[in-house]
Structures are given as structure tokens and as C-alpha cells.
Design a protein around this ligand. Sequence first.
Ligand SMILES: Nc1ncnc2c1ncn2[C@@H]1O[C@H](COP(=O)(O)OP(=O)(O)O)[C@@H](O)[C@H]1O
Ligand SMILES: [Mg+2]
Length: 241
Amino acid sequence: MLSVSGLTKRFGGFTAVKDVSFSVEEGEILGLIGPNGSGKSTTFNCVAGLYGPSSGSIRLEGREIGGERADRVCHRGIGRTFQIPRPFRNLTLLENVALSAYFGQGGKVDRAQCWRLAEQALDLVGLPVDPRAGTDGLGAAALKKLELARALATQPRLLLADESLNGLDQGEMEGAADMLRRIRAERGLTIVWVEHIMGVLMRVVDRVVVLDHGEVIFSGRPAEAQADRRVIEVYLGAEES
Ligand SMILES: Nc1ncnc2c1ncn2[C@@H]1O[C@H](COP(=O)(O)OP(=O)(O)O)[C@@H](O)[C@H]1O
Ligand SMILES: [Mg+2]
């Protein structure tokens, strides 16, 4: 479904992502992990059109999308969450998600349908569909859910989820991981899930790509990743023998 090949992103003289290649099969959940600053969000932002790649290719179902505008990428079927949720605080939950349904489909949809899509997305992530519910007092877990609902309301085929577990406690993390599985099953989605910790992600993903300093150091099954010398070094800081 998605094929990233030789992706490089430079900010001035600094290379944040260097010659990164990976692919995502339809229907799979791919984990993209690595320590803070390893280039995960930058890779996401290149795929989602927030940044143009310095070089390399990004293909969605065979079609080049590298360098396309974020809104066009969204209309092609890629939904994304942001690592730091920033909802419209003066709007209700439902309005926040309905806006995504409307603009995420290029405004070419019936408005009544947008409210329905918003209700469905809120329901799917387990947030109140009550039209009066606002964003005040939402904790970290609820904000992450709202972020997911906003992405889902754009009706993506491929969902990019950036650090959906960050700031959650263990129980909330388990719940969020199960929710991603459920969303895949119910919506038939393909998911790329970024996280800096391995934890519960490893039990949910089909495959994992590990980044370190902007480069891919491992790609394969979760169980193999946990036994890989370089991955262990990056995560545990083990000494070279
Ligand atoms: N817009 C930017 N301008 C300059 N440097 C950036 C920018 N975005 C990210 N970086 C740098 O690129 C590196 C990778 O960042 P990022 O992709 O956010 O890492 P991760 O998501 O894996 O924590 C970091 O060193 C970060 O400081
Ligand atoms: Mg990040």
C-alpha cells in the first residue's frame, strides 16, 4: 500500500532522516519505533505532506506522493494524528471531528453526513457523542482519542498514528493498543504506528521498523526485534563486546 524508498530529509545542514526505506502491506499494522529524535515524526511528516522530502520516493498504491501538499495527501486516503494534540478548544468534540470529516474529504460531502461520520468516529474511539461535550478537562488519554477520531473522520485507508501512547498509564496504554486493533478490524484500515517505547506496541504490530539517528537499523517481526543486538543496544545502551 505504501512504499518509502531512499527517503532523506535535511533541515539545513542536519540530516534528520537518512536513506530510509520500508513498505507497508494492505491491512497490516506496522510499528515504527526508535528513541526520541531518531526521525520517526519527520518520516511521518514527509509521508503526510507536511514536509517535502530532500530526496527519495514515497508511493501510495504505486503513485508518487512525495512533495504533495498535506491536504492532497489526506484526500488520497492517508489520515494522520499529531504527536501533540491541538484541538480547537472553542469547539465541541463533535464539531472538532465533524470539521475533519468535512475538510478531510475536500468539502465535497454532505454536511449532515459529516455529523454522522463524526459521531461514528467518536463512538469508535470511545469518546462522548453528546453534542454539548467540550474539550475542557480532557486528560492525555482522551486527547489522544480525540486526535484519532479526527484522523478517522477523514475516512482514510491508511492511518498514521504518532505516539498514541505517550503520557498514558499502563492500563490506558493497553486500552489504546486494543483500540487500534479494533479500528483496523472494523474499518479494514492499514496502520503505521509510531512509538518511542516498545512495550504494548510489540504485541499488536505485525512488523516493526526501528530507526536510530535517522537510519533504519532493523526491519522484521517484533519477536526478532527484541532479540536483535543493535536494537537492544539502542534501547538498553548495552556496551559493544
Ligand atoms: N523542523 C525541524 N527543523 C530542524 N530540526 C528538526 C525539525 N524537526 C525535527 N528536527 C530534528 O530532527 C531530529 C528528528 O526529530 P523527530 O523526527 O521529531 O524525532 P522523533 O519523532 O523520532 O522523536 C531531531 O534531532 C529533531 O530535533
Ligand atoms: Mg516524534
